[in-house]
Design a protein around this ligand. Sequence first.
Ligand SMILES: Cc1cc2nc3c(=O)[nH]c(=O)nc-3n(C[C@H](O)[C@H](O)[C@H](O)COP(=O)(O)O)c2cc1C
Length: 217
Amino acid sequence: MTLPETQPVFDESFRECFEKLLQWRRDVRHFKTDPVPEDVLNRVLSLADMAPSVGNSQPWRIVQVEGLERRSAVMEAHTAANRAARESYGETEQGKAYRSLKLAGLREAPVHLAVFVDPNPEQGHGLGRATMPETLAYSAVGMIQTLWLAARIEGIGLGWVSILDPIRTSCILDVNPSWSFIAYLCLGYPEKNYDAPELERKRWQARTPLSDRILKR
Ligand SMILES: Cc1cc2nc3c(=O)[nH]c(=O)nc-3n(C[C@H](O)[C@H](O)[C@H](O)COP(=O)(O)O)c2cc1C
């Protein structure tokens, strides 16, 4: 079968690179403080914006958090949420392990992005979300995954910070109160690159075989 002229061929070397990209993507919490050039960040964001979305609604709203006061307030919110999580594990072995983990790189990361979802975007005219309104949030997560990969191609690491109270974070960032908080993302050049998750390397949780998660009916 001949492919239409406009369809690029994803040849063997591309496939190998793509597999490497997935292997080396990583959630990053150890950043250099070197700035990310604005044009590089904009390119990565434009690529992420090509992600699929329900009804083509592109419901993600991305806040570039630049103000130092707001960044400090987010860090305080993370410290409070992290303390609560630590206490919930108590003095168990898991609690000890939890305390040894670094779960955010908020202080060093040069770029902070908060991702929200608009629960009622005009774009898309409601298509596809009547039965599953949560597909708007799923769309935002798809955008984040695309951003994660696009950033890695530029040598930029991304760390997803979810140890934050969503309402407190929305107030700090003074966004439309109807928006739902999806993620707080740290981006920057990693101190080191790894081909295995930090949680696997720190023996918190290793990955398991795909066969454990596939069913046939
Ligand atoms: C929805 C989501 C939330 C996450 N929240 C955090 C977080 O708050 N802190 C953290 O250190 N890592 C967080 N992570 C990163 C995961 O720990 C990481 O993706 C996982 O351990 C696998 O590692 P890898 O991304 O390097 O493959 C989050 C990842 C996802 C997808």
